[in-house]
Design a protein around this ligand. Structure first.
Ligand SMILES: CC(=O)SCCNC(=O)CCNC(=O)[C@H](O)C(C)(C)COP(=O)(O)OP(=O)(O)OC[C@H]1O[C@@H](n2cnc3c(N)ncnc32)[C@H](O)[C@@H]1OP(=O)(O)O
Ligand SMILES: CC(=O)C(=O)O
Length: 532
C-alpha cells in the first residue's frame, strides 16, 4: 500500500455548507491560492453540475489558478441507480470540470441505501464500482467518500466494508471513512478503523464532523489506527457544528507526531492564513481556536506569568511561533508583578528590577478592576496607567475645565431627536470652548472634543472610532448601575488600532473617559509632543 500521507481540504465544498456562509466564485478563487500556500495536497473546490457557481469555479480555476502544491478536486456523487455512469449527467459534469482528481460520495450504510436511495445493496455496490472505474478509465484519480460509514459499520459491518472494497477494486486510490452525522467518539473510531484495516488493505482516510465535539480527536484516532488521509476545513467550518478543523489536525500531527505534512513549511503561515480566510468568509475568527486563535497563547493568571517569565514552555503546550501565532500577556485583577513585567516588555518597556513600581502597578490594576475597569481588553488604557507610574504624571495634551451634554427629543417628531455637547478646555496655551452635535450624547461629545483639540493637534483627524461597547456592571442596580465602555480606535494612516476603557456612574461619563484616553493614546503612539 502507498503510505503517502494526504492533507485534504474541503473548505470550499463542505465548509461552504455552513449556515450563513456564502462564497462567491471570486471568493473561492482567492481562497484556493491561500490553501495552496498553506501547503495542503488537495483542494476540494465544490460540486460541479449540482451548483452552478461551482461549475463556474472549475471553469475559471482551470484558466486562472496556478496551484503549486495542491491538486484541485471536483466532488460529486456516484451515478444514479439504474443509469450507466457514462450517461449520468452529474458524472459527466465531474469530467467536464477538468479537475484531475474526483471525489465521489457514496452511501455505505445499508439503511440509507434502502431508505434514502430506495435501491438495493447490490445496485449501490454497482453504482460505486461503475462510477469509479468509468472515471479511472477517463484518466481521473478517484477518492471515495464513504458517507455514514461509521454508523453503517456499527449496523452492518459487512456491507460497509463491501462498499470500500468495491471502490478499491474499481481503482479508487483512497476510501475515506465519513462520520457524516458527527456522533462518533475516538475509541469507537479507533476500533472501527482498525477493524476495516484488517479486512482491506487499501488506503483509508477520515472525514469527521464535530457534532460530538470530537471531530479533531476522531481524526487523530483514525490516523493512529492507520488512516493515511485526513479531510477537514480551515477554522472547522462546515454543516451544523462543522467539520474537523484541518489546522488543528495538521498542527497536532506535525508538532506532536513529528510528521512533516504541509508543503513549503506552511505550518508557520497557519495563523495568517486562518485569519485571511476568516476575512473572506466574513466570519469573525474564534479567539479560543486552538493554535491560531487570538487567545490560543494569551496568559491571564499571575502565577502562569511568573513561571512564563522563567520559561514560556512551562505554561504552553507548543511554541506559538511554530504556527505563526504569538504569546500575549493579559493584565487584569488576576495579574501579579510578573504579569505586569511581561506585559510591559510586550509593549516595549523594560521593567526588569523595578520591583516597587511593579507592586504599585499591580495594586492599581487590581483596584481599578474592582471598580469595573478591564485591562485585558484595553491595552492602551493599561499603557497610559504604566506611563503615569513611570513618568510620575498621566500623559497630558490638554486640561479639561468642564463638559456638558444635553439630549433633546420631541415625542412624535423624529426630526428633533439629537444631542448637543459643549466642552471647555485649555489646549495649545488657550482656553477653548467648542460645541458638537450628534445623533446621541456620546457622538456629540466626541465631535465637541475633536473640535476643541484638532486645531492644535490635527493628528486626531486620522483617529477613527471603529467600535464602541457598553456593559452595565451591577445589573441588580438598574439605571443607577456602574457602566463600562470600551472604545476601539484606528489610526487610519498607520492602520493600527487600540482599545481604551472608561468606567462611570453613567454611560456618558464612562464614554468621556474612554474617548479622551483614546485620543491621548493615539497622540502618544504617533509620537506627538504636548503643545499645551
Ligand atoms: C454528506 C454530504 O455532505 S454530501 C454533499 C451534500 N451536498 C449537497 O447536497 C449540495 C449540492 N446538492 C444539490 O445541489 C442537490 O441536492 C443535487 C443536485 C445533488 C440533487 O438535487 P435533485 O436532483 O433535485 O435531487 P433530490 O434532492 O430530489 O434528491 C436527491 C437525489 O440524489 C440521489 N442520491 C443521493 N445520494 C446519492 C448518492 N450517494 N449516489 C447517487 N445518488 C444519490 C437520491 O436518491 C435522489 O435521487 P432521485 O432524484 O432519483 O430520487
Ligand atoms: C462526504 C461528506 O461530506 C460526509 O459524509 O460528511
Amino acid at each position: 500500500m502507498d503510505n503517502t500521507f494526504d492533507v485534504y481540504d474541503t473548505t470550499l465544498r463542505d465548509g461552504a455548507q455552513q449556515e450563513g456562509m456564502n462564497l462567491s466564485v471570486a471568493d473561492k478563487l482567492i481562497i484556493a491560492p491561500l490553501l495552496d500556500e498553506l501547503g495542503v495536497g488537495f483542494i476540494e473546490g465544490g460540486w460541479p453540475g449540482a451548483i452552478p457557481k461551482d461549475t463556474e469555479f472549475f471553469k475559471r480555476a482551470d484558466k486562472e489558478l496556478d496551484l503549486v502544491n495542491a491538486e484541485l478536486v471536483a466532488f460529486g456523487s456516484t451515478r444514479k441507480a439504474g443509469v450507466r455512469a457514462a450517461e449520468d449527467t452529474q458524472v459527466r459534469a465531474l469530467l467536464d470540470s477538468e479537475a484531475p482528481v474526483v471525489t465521489l460520495v457514496a452511501k455505505s450504510d445499508i439503511r440509507h441505501v434502502e431508505r434514502a436511495l430506495r435501491t438495493t445493496g447490490e445496485e449501490n455496490l454497482a453504482m460505486i464500482a461503475d462510477t469509479v472505474s468509468y472515471l479511472r478509465g477517463q484518466g481521473r484519480r478517484v477518492v471515495l467518500d464513504a458517507e455514514h460509514f461509521f454508523d453503517g459499520f456499527r449496523y452492518d459491518p459487512d456491507y460497509a466494508v463491501a462498499c470500500a472494497v468495491a471502490a478499491f477494486e474499481a481503482g479508487a486510490e483512497t476510501v475515506v471513512l465519513c462520520d457524516t452525522n458527527g456522533g462518533m467518539i475516538p475509541d469507537w473510531v479507533h476500533e472501527i478503523v482498525t477493524s476495516v484495516r484488517e479486512r482491506t488493505d487499501g488506503r483509508l482516510g477520515m472525514h469527521a464532523h464535530n457534532d460530538s465535539g470530537c471531530a479533531v480527536a476522531n481524526t487523530l484516532a483514525a490516523v493512529s489506527a492507520g488512516a493515511v488521509h485526513v479531510q477537514g476545513t480551515v477554522n472547522g467550518y462546515g454543516e451544523r457544528t462543522g467539520n474537523a478543523d484541518l489546522l488543528t489536525v495538521v498542527a497536532n500531527l506535525e508538532l506532536k507526531h513529528g510528521r512533516s505534512l504541509l508543503a513549503g513549511g506552511g505550518l508557520k503561515e497557519m495563523t495568517r492564513i486562518s485569519h485571511a480566510i476568516s476575512e473572506l468568509t466574513n466570519i469573525t475568527p474564534f479567539a479560543r481556536q486552538p493554535y491560531v486563535g487570538a487567545s490560543a497563547f494569551a496568559h491571564k493568571a499571575g502565577l502562569h506569568a511568573s513561571a512564563i517569565k522563567v520559561d514560556p514552555d512551562m505554561y504552553q503546550h507548543a511554541d506559538p511561533l511554530a504556527v505563526g501565532n504569538d504569546m500575549r500577556m493579559l493584565v487584569s485583577d488576576m495579574a501579579g508583578r510578573a504579569s505586569i513585567e511581561l506585559k510591559g516588555r510586550e509593549l516595549g518597556y523594560d521593567l526588569t528590577g523595578r520591583g516597587e513600581l511593579l507592586s504599585r502597578m499591580t495594586t492599581r490594576v487590581k483596584d481599578a478592576e474592582a471598580q469595573g475597569y478591564t485591562y485585558d481588553a484595553a491595552d492602551a488604557s493599561f499603557e497610559l496607567l504604566l506611563r503615569e507610574e513611570l513618568d510620575g504624571a498621566r500623559p497630558s495634551f490638554w486640561t479639561t475645565e468642564s463638559w456638558r451634554v444635553f439630549v433633546e427629543t420631541v415625542p412624535g417628531d423624529p426630526t428633533v431627536a439629537g444631542s448637543e455637547a459643549t466642552v471647555k478646555m485649555h489646549v495649545g496655551g488657550e482656553r477653548v470652548i467648542a460645541t458638537g452635535e450628534g445623533n446621541g450624547p456620546v457622538n456629540a461629545l466626541d465631535h465637541a472634543l475633536r473640535k476643541a483639540v484638532s486645531p492644535t493637534y490635527p493628528e486626531v483627524d486620522r483617529f477613527e472610532l471603529i467600535d464602541f461597547k457598553v456593559r452595565i456592571l451591577d445589573t441588580d442596580h438598574g439605571t443607577d448601575a456602574t457602566t463600562r465602555v470600551l472604545v476601539e480606535t484606528m489610526d487610519t494612516h498607520a492602520e493600527t488600532t487600540w482599545m481604551t476603557v472608561g468606567v462611570g456612574p453613567n454611560v456618558v461619563e464612562a464614554s468621556w473617559e474612554a474617548l479622551v484616553d483614546s485620543l491621548v493614546f493615539g497622540l502618544l503612539r504617533a509620537g506627538v509632543a504636548s503643545r499645551s
